[in-house]
Ligand binder design. Structure first.
Ligand SMILES: NC(=O)c1ccc[n+]([C@@H]2O[C@H](COP(=O)([O-])OP(=O)(O)OC[C@H]3O[C@@H](n4cnc5c(N)ncnc54)[C@H](O)[C@@H]3O)[C@@H](O)[C@H]2O)c1
Length: 286
C-alpha cells in the first residue's frame, strides 16, 4: 500500500531488465506511491528482457537508449519531457556491466578494452546522463538523482573485479556533480550502497551465493532485498529528504559497520574443523 509520497512526481528509471531487477521494484514502488514513470534500457535489453510487462502494469512509456551514447540520452530526455509535458522530478541510474566479470577474466590479467567498457557503462554513463539532463534543464528544482552502488568501492571483495573501480568512480561523480547541480539548481544526487541481491547482474559475479550467505550472516538485520532497496529509493525521491545530497548511503542491514559476527564466526569455526584445512591450512586460502 502506497503513502502518496511521490504524488504528482514524474520519474525516469534506467535499468529494469526483468522482474528480478532492482529498477523494476523501484518502478513498481514509485508507481504505488503516485508517480508517473518513463522506463528506459538498451535496445537489446528491451528485446531480451520483459520490460513491456512492467510498462503495461504501471502504465509507463518505454524509450530505448544506450546510456553510454550522448545522442541516445539527448533523444531520451527530449522524448521524456514531451511525454510528461514538462520536467522530471527524479531519476534512477540502475546500470552495471563488466565484460571482464562476464568473461571471468581475472583482475590481474585484465583486458583493458573491457575495462574501459566497464567504466563507461557502469560509471561514466551516470555523468553523461546528468550532464545531458542539466543541458536540457530536464529536472525540476528540488529533484533527486539516485544511483545504485556496492561496498566494493570502499573495501576489496573477492571476484568483484573492475566493477569495484567503476563503483568508486560512480560514487565520486555523485559528489562532484552533486555540488554543481545542488548549488545551481537545488538538485540532489546520492548513491545507495545495496546488499548483494539475486538479480541478473548480481548472479553474474563469481561465488555470488557464498557472498550472499556471508553478508547475511554478517549483517545484524540480514541482507536488504530488492523490494527494500526500492522503498529506500522512494524516500530519496520524496520531499522528505530534500537536504540529503552528495552521500553514499549504505542499505545493507548493517554489514558495512561489521567486522565479525557470531553467525559468521560459527561458520568459520566449522570450516576450521574440516580435516584438510587442519592438515594444510594454506591450501584453502586465495
Ligand atoms: N545485484 C546486486 O548484488 C547489486 C548490489 C549492489 C548494487 N547493485 C547495482 O544495482 C544496479 C542494478 O543492477 P541489478 O542488480 O538490478 O541487475 P540487472 O541486471 O537487473 O540490471 C542491470 C541493468 O543495466 C542495464 N545496462 C547495461 N548496459 C547498459 C547501457 N549501456 N545503457 C543502459 N543500460 C544498461 C541492463 O540492461 C540491466 O537492465 C547496478 O548498478 C548494480 O551494480 C547490484
Amino acid at each position: 500500500m502506497g503513502h502518496n509520497l511521490l504524488k504528482n512526481k514524474k520519474g525516469l528509471i534506467f535499468g529494469a531488465l526483468n522482474d528480478l531487477s532492482i529498477a523494476w521494484k523501484v518502478a513498481e514502488r514509485a508507481h504505488d506511491e503516485g508517480a508517473e514513470i518513463v522506463l528506459t534500457n538498451t535496445p537489446i535489453a528491451l528485446r531480451m528482457g520483459t520490460i513491456d510487462e512492467l510498462a503495461q502494469k504501471i502504465s509507463a512509456k518505454v524509450i530505448a537508449a544506450d546510456a553510454t551514447k550522448i545522442s541516445d540520452l539527448e533523444e531520451l530526455f527530449k522524448q521524456t519531457m514531451e511525454h510528461f509535458g514538462g520536467k522530471v522530478d527524479f531519476i534512477l541510474h540502475s546500470i552495471g556491466m563488466s565484460p571482464n566479470v562476464r568473461k571471468k577474466i581475472p583482475y590481474d590479467d585484465i583486458n583493458y578494452e573491457n575495462f574501459l567498457k566497464t567504466i563507461d557503462i557502469s560509471a561514466i554513463s551516470f555523468h553523461k546522463m546528468i550532464q545531458v539532463a542539466k543541458k536540457f534543464d530536464a529536472i525540476n528544482e528540488w529533484g533527486s538523482i539516485v544511483a545504485l552502488t556496492y561496498i566494493a568501492a570502499q573495501r576489496t571483495l573477492f571476484e568483484y573485479n573492475d566493477m569495484a573501480d567503476a563503483k568508486a568512480a560512480l560514487e565520486s561523480i555523485a559528489r562532484s556533480f552533486g555540488y554543481i547541480y545542488g548549488r545551481q539548481k537545488r538538485i540532489r544526487i546520492n548513491t545507495i550502497s545495496q546488499s548483494p541481491t539475486p538479480t541478473t547482474a548480481g548472479m553474474g559475479v563469481k561465488g555470488f551465493s557464498g557472498l550472499m550467505d556471508f553478508t547475511e550472516r554478517m549483517s545484524p538485520l540480514g541482507n536488504a532485498s530488492a523490494q527494500e532497496c526500492a522503498a529506500y529509493c522512494i524516500t530519496l525521491f520524496s520531499d522528505l529528504t530534500r537536504k540529503v545530497t552528495m552521500q553514499n548511503l549504505y542499505h545493507d542491514g548493517g554489514f558495512s559497520s561489521m567486522g565479525m559476527s557470531a553467525r559468521a564466526m560459527e561458520m568459520y569455526n566449522k570450516s576450521l574443523e574440516c580435516k584438510d584445512c587442519k592438515e594444510n591450512p594454506l591450501n584453502k586460502t586465495e
